[in-house]
Design a protein around this ligand. Structure first.
Ligand SMILES: Cc1cc2nc3c(=O)[nH]c(=O)nc-3n(C[C@H](O)[C@H](O)[C@H](O)COP(=O)(O)OP(=O)(O)OC[C@H]3O[C@@H](n4cnc5c(N)ncnc54)[C@H](O)[C@@H]3O)c2cc1C
Length: 295
């Protein structure tokens, strides 16, 4: 196995594009190394992207936020500006694994591993984030909801890598949140994950809302009808009922040892309502009661 440590995204892409055998990008390695140890994948080329400076950057300014694809959950937590702008995104990334895992696991790896249950992905989708993709054809941006196309399937072409995520500037009177249901208190994979972001006008009427679900389909889903259910309302009980119904209706889950289809459909509605309530509290400047895991 060949191990390369390029210092630019362009060089990483050249190496990937030129390799005819199985090649893999290595970020934190918390998925890849497990897959290599268990013979799920046996690459002839591993390209470590952690020495590429642009992939390690976080920036927050009036135009929005940029999170490098190789930024770890632990590094995200250190950014007060990012936490103030998109607390739900930071919380979602910090639900991944343990303290040790968070010191390694990256946002790019979480998306590009292609798991429908990846925790940071619904939060990024709810925030309206775009993935910046660099490859032999140049640089492009793709909405995060369009990057994963199925289990372990991505809309990346040969030689492309994700270099960053761009998030819009936080609008006034807005809030976001992410909740997941897990059977244990921590260190578990989401049975359902839900991200919500919403914006209010000065009178408290919702002007925009996005809801995304994880672990209820072959890929994380943006549920447009759930967002629409809040727009024009004061995010009251009736609007939250509609949001919950739309979230449940969008699910097309599998049965597995962690939850039946029926359970996931029901929990999606419950989490949608609770997550939206936290996002609402944040938009109103109130501290939310509980964030993170539901069990
Ligand atoms: C003990 C443990 C607990 C975990 N708990 C959770 C959890 O609670 N929630 C959760 O969502 N996940 C969990 N995970 C999975 C994993 O930690 C996350 O998916 C993590 O974010 C992966 O990031 P990484 O940097 O380690 O990715 P890596 O393992 O380095 O890469 C993962 C995949 O993405 C590809 N890749 C990485 N970066 C890029 C890029 N920039 N461009 C293109 N391709 C890229 C790699 O080639 C590889 O195929 C857990 C894993 C472990 C070991």
């Amino acid at each position: 196995m060949r191990y390369e440590v390029p210092e630019t995204a362009e060089r990483a892409c050249q190496l990937l594009a030129a390799e005819s055998g199985v090649a893999r990008v290595l970020a934190g390695g918390t998925d890849l190394l497990v897959q290599m140890r268990t013979d799920v994948v046996d690459p002839v080329l591993v390209i470590d992207i952690k020495n590429i400076a642009e992939l390690r950057k976080i920036s927050v300014d009036a135009s929005g936020c940029l999170i490098g694809a190789a930024v770890t959950g632990a590094e995200l937590k250190e950014s007060a500006a990012l936490k103030a702008a998109w607390p739900g995104v930071v919380e979602a990334a910090n639900l991944i694994g343990s303290t040790q895992v968070q010191g390694r696991a990256t946002m790019g790896g979480n998306l590009c591993n292609g798991s429908p249950a990846a925790d940071s992905v619904p939060a990024l989708i709810a925030a309206g984030a775009k993935a910046v993709i660099v490859g032999p054809g140049g640089r492009r941006e793709l909405a995060v909801e369009d990057v994963m196309t199925g289990v372990r399937k991505l809309a990346l072409t040969k030689g492309e890598i994700v270099t960053a995520f761009v998030l819009p500037a936080k609008p006034k009177h807005s809030g976001d949140a992410y909740l997941r249901f897990i059977p244990r208190t921590e260190m578990d994979i989401a049975v359902v994950g839900c991200g919500v972001s919403l914006t209010l006008d000065a009178a408290g009427v919702c002007t925009a809302a996005r809801l995304a679900l994880g672990a209820v389909a072959e890929r994380p889903l943006l549920v447009a009808d759930a967002g629409k259910a809040l727009v024009g309302s004061k995010v009251d009980a009736a609007a939250l009922d509609k949001l919950a119904a739309a979230a449940s209706a969008a699910c097309r889950p599998i049965d597995d040892k962690r939850g039946t289809k029926e359970f996931r459909v029901k929990i999606a509605g419950v989490l949608a309502r609770r997550t939206a309530q936290i996002a609402l509290d944040r938009a109103l400047g109130k501290a939310p009661e509980k964030t993170g895991n539901t069990h």
